[in-house]
Ligand binder design. Sequence first.
Ligand code: GLU
Length: 307
Amino acid sequence: QQTPEAPFLPAGRTVRMAGVGHGTTRMKTYRGRIAPTPTGLLHLGHAQTFWIARQRARQAGGKLVYRSEDLDPQRCKVEFSNAALEDLKWLGIDWDEGPDSGGDHAPYIQSQRIGRYRELLETLKGNRMVYPCCCSRKDVWDAVIAPHETGEEPIYPGTCRPPPGQTSTFEIGGVARLNWRFRVPSAETILFQDSCLGEQSFTAGSDFGDFVFWRHDDVPSYQLAVVADDHDMGITEVVRGEDLLKCTARQLLIYRALGWIAPTFHHCPLVTGEDGQRLAKRHDSLSLRAMREAGVSPEMIRSEFIR
Ligand code: GLU
């Protein structure tokens, strides 16, 4: 397993993390992916992102992978997995590898890849890039003094974070609800070139803090699973919604911690409703399923709603 030589970086560094990876040496065949989470019906926002992903893969003469991100056992449902496959096919999206068509990187269903994620958790425990944390969500909220208006989880105050190079002092065997958190290098600037939005810059430790890497209910985090899969499936460009920009910055740190080259990124603008608010899964009338049942054609969706 390849690991970086110096996992603890001095604070205040600026590192260009991605946007230059693939392509600087040898041109790789483009491999893109669409990765729906089956917690509800897909709506126009998904249609736009996934259609753009499809177009970019086809224009590059590359391959498109379909991956089901069904990690959360409480929220994901088989009927939504089936609906996503059907609705995206109906929309005209075709993929080369996926849960239905198979491929060299099967399985394409995250709940069937837990062993791989666990192995990577062990790697990062080994180089102390993750540490055990017994704080509940409430503890994290209670620890911050300033009120939060964004609704976003506050920066983790570091209660359980051991000093660099040291292990935790508490006995983890005795804790029932234990998260593993990723150690985010404080004050480092993370830069990457987005092929849609241009240069992006985030400051680790103030734009986001140490994040949950493995959940207390023994479920791998989205951040870990998505990096593992994009790497293992040979993805060269990630196309995703703009709402995930900060997640991309977090994930770049995981790529580095594992000694992997990151793909390039293309973040798509979000589709908003008439009120200017972004569409959410609760806008059921704007689900692809509802529009299809109301007689809207795939061509109409593509021409009217996808930029
Ligand atoms: N599964 C996520 C979604 O449905 C997309 C994740 C990603 O693109 O990394 O929004």
